[in-house]
Design a protein around this ligand. Sequence first.
Ligand SMILES: Cc1cc2nc3c(=O)[nH]c(=O)nc-3n(C[C@H](O)[C@H](O)[C@H](O)COP(=O)(O)OP(=O)(O)OC[C@H]3O[C@@H](n4cnc5c(N)ncnc54)[C@H](O)[C@@H]3O)c2cc1C
Length: 295
Amino acid sequence: MYPVAFDYLEPRTLQEAVELLEKWGENASILAGGQSLIPLMKLRIARPRYLIDLNRIPGLSYIREQDGCVHIGALTRHVEIEESSVVREKIPIMQEAVRVLADGQVRNLGTIGGAIAQADPAGDWGPVILALNARIKCLGPKGGREMEAMDFFTFAYTTALQPDEVVTEIAIPAPSAPRLGTYVKLERVSGDFAIVSVAVQIDRDKDGICRDIGIGLGGADDRPIKAVPVEALLRGQKLSPKAIDIAARRIEEIASPISDLRGSQEYKKEVLKVIFRRALERVIERASPTTGGSR
Ligand SMILES: Cc1cc2nc3c(=O)[nH]c(=O)nc-3n(C[C@H](O)[C@H](O)[C@H](O)COP(=O)(O)OP(=O)(O)OC[C@H]3O[C@@H](n4cnc5c(N)ncnc54)[C@H](O)[C@@H]3O)c2cc1C
């Protein structure tokens, strides 16, 4: 199907993009990689009257390390994250995740800013940035602001962004010492959205005690969620089989997945527990000197 007719606007600066958003409000949509928006327009689920293309604005695509954070520009393509040496070195969990995100074609065009603004409850970046305690930077007519990833996702396909705000950057804390982490995704077929997924990032001391832990869940609710009660449960603990058992049961309790074509609520709860356990076991295995893993 063809989209409903729209006016195509090409701002050359972020300020100009914000002014256009302010002017046209909910009649306008930002276009980034177009990998979610264009199919929705073709299906006439999205019917923007004005399309504001970010792609002519310089300086929105970058990955750089600064002040203890990795800063990723909103227009950075998934493939650039996949190929980044900074990401490989500092936040390898992102590279693990991007390799199972869609397929090569989508990764060439889709952007991290577009993916998080789309806020698909089964998307891959949501759980990852929640586990990593990322901050989302955006710009609107009143200036810039930042929010925790946890406050960003408010409902299925809905975020805390105002209609006249643009996501400009995702900032991820990246301590100098490498941390342990993994992303485990259960999908129906390769390249599909997750049935459920789990991102775990752990900072352990030399005795194997979790100094800090971040856990993000995909497909576990009407939005990507951060498993805060389970993080609290495991913080200060060794990841013993008993601790993992208790945590997995708690994961099941806090999850409230939506029944959809990828599975019923009951099924998703059950497999989430399994995937969560698998993620923790993988992290422990990577920490073991006998497996040679350091991350
Ligand atoms: C076949 C297929 C398979 C896919 N599989 C997966 C998958 O397995 N996992 C996964 O996570 N994703 C998957 N995706 C989605 C993909 O990751 C998209 O790239 C992503 O959802 C949207 O990014 P985009 O840059 O293409 O955004 P667009 O489609 O351009 O925009 C998406 C939405 O975000 C808004 N937006 C975009 N950029 C900004 C911004 N900077 N500030 C504010 N609002 C903005 C737009 O207005 C629009 O509402 C898949 C997509 C396809 C087509």
